[in-house]
Design a protein around this ligand. Structure first.
Ligand SMILES: [Cu+2]
Length: 442
């Protein structure tokens, strides 16, 4: 099924009586956090990140200017055709050189000293990298100095290149209509072996020479955008995670197209599983898998789990509508509180406003819900199985789903990666919330 963009959808012809959409209003587009280019100034330095089991891990990260190191480094947001300049200052400890690689780009360097893979900033020194962002897409940047150590330590980040002619009110990832989206989210996937970080913190990298830790790699923390679940679902920039500013809390509304920008930033494969629907992989490594119409084969493909490969990026479009549930997602029409119609004036089978699948209109919820006393609750339960509905909950229950959305776990399907140092649930996991039409995007 190919979804229309909400922008292309015919807009409200008939008021749907069921939902008080107008009251919610608010911006309908979530943008990826990052810093605009084309000039960036980074500093490589040491700091600590926090994990939800109460731990903290020593790491090396790229800081924006002279700010604190962050994990991942600042997300660069640039435009196709920009000449991007990145000045790197090295404040790493233990006499380490520092550098950056920009896979997918042709880079020239200035200053610094020659390293094995690229020019590097010596301790206390700087180096400058320049490249032209020739192609739109999703990219990774990371250390090119002892990457087996420095990437593990946290020296990595993301680059988003907006396509030529990018229009924020009708965004596309690649300029091509198949890359249109309503919401976009970054999923930078990585992992850490905390034993290695501890050794480096207290004894320096030389201590690793006496151990097998680089070859006996055994990660215990798994991250999306530098946070382990449930911290992935906190707001961005919370002040108690000063070195982990980026969240991962995808939200969308029925009928919208959600763009996943997935980056394999660590050294392991991660089967990233998105419950709720399949997605269509439209690009890999910043290259669209679809040619201009009629100009070549469409190599995009549908997946229910997106295999994220180390060092690679993938862009996928995820859609969700009310179709295929087999019951009326907006409620029981016999219940006067839930009375609503399914208004399909354009003949696509969906309600023109709510994306209810009209063939399922009026079909009852298929099971009898248990009584509250027979339930345990999750914070995302709104008290109702129906989209956009809130019902009474026992005191202290609920609260994470204020618009009565449908909530789907998105996670690594290597299920040991859904822990924080063996404590479940955690790690490489977050939740997608499909909110009812018109709900705010936060
Ligand atoms: Cu699952």
């Amino acid at each position: 099924m190919r979804l229309r963009s909400i922008h292309a959808a015919k807009l409200p012809m008939v008021l749907s009586v069921a939902l008080c959409l107008i009251l919610w209003g608010g911006p309908a587009w979530a943008m990826i956090d990052g810093i605009p280019g084309p000039s960036f100034s980074l500093t490589a330095k040491a700091d600590h990140i926090s994990t939800p089991d109460g731990g903290s891990v020593y790491f090396w990260g790229y800081a924006d200017g002279d700010g604190r190191a962050q994990y991942p480094g600042p997300t660069f947001i640039v435009n196709q055709g920009d000449e991007v300049t990145v000045t790197l200052t090295n404040q790493l400890p233990y006499g380490q050189n520092a550098s950056i690689l920009f896979p997918g780009h042709v880079v020239s360097t200035q200053g610094g000293t020659a390293g094995l893979i690229t020019d590097e900033a010596p301790p206390g020194g700087t180096v400058e990298y320049t490249f032209t962002a020739t192609h739109a897409g999703t990219y990774l940047y990371h250390s090119g100095t002892h990457p087996e150590l420095q990437v593990e330590m946290g020296l990595l980040g993301a680059i988003i290149v907006r396509p030529t002619g990018f229009d924020a009110s009708h965004p596309t990832a690649y300029g091509h209509p198949d890359s249109m989206y309503d919401q976009e989210y970054l999923f930078l996937l990585s992992e850490m072996d905390p034993r290695l970080h501890q050794l480096v913190e207290f004894q320096g990298p030389a201590a690793l020479e006496d151990t097998n830790y680089l070859s006996d790699y055994f990660p215990n923390y798994w991250f999306i955008n530098g946070r382990c679940a449930p911290d992935t679902m906190l707001m961005p920039g919370v002040d108690w995670l000063p070195t982990q500013p980026y969240d991962s809390m995808p939200m969308m509304q029925p009928g919208q197209r959600l763009l996943l920008r997935i980056i394999g930033a660590g050294r392991d494969l991660h089967p990233f599983h998105h419950h709720g629907n399949h997605s269509r992989v439209i690009a890999r490594n910043g290259r669209l898998l679809q040619s201009e119409a009629g100009a070549g084969a469409d190599l995009s493909y549908e997946v229910f789990t997106l295999q994220s490969v180390p060092g690679e990026t993938a862009d996928a479009i995820f859609g969700w509508t009310g179709k295929g549930m087999g019951w009326d997602i907006y409620g029981d029409p016999n219940d006067p509180d839930y009375a609503h119609m399914c208004m399909d004036m354009d003949g696509d089978g969906f309600d023109d406003n709510t994306w209810e699948w009209c063939a399922d209109h009026g079909k009852p919820f298929p099971v009898a819900l248990p009584q509250d006393l027979d339930l345990t609750f999750g914070g995302f339960w709104s008290g109702s199985p129906f989209l956009g509905r809130m019902e009474a909950l026992p005191p202290g229950e609920g609260g994470l789903n204020p618009y009565g959305g449908f909530v789907y776990m998105w996670h690594s399907h290597t299920e040991k990666e859904m822990v924080n140092y063996d404590i479940f649930p955690g790690g490489m996991m977050t939740m997608l919330i499909v909110n009812p039409p018109g709900a705010p995007m936060h």
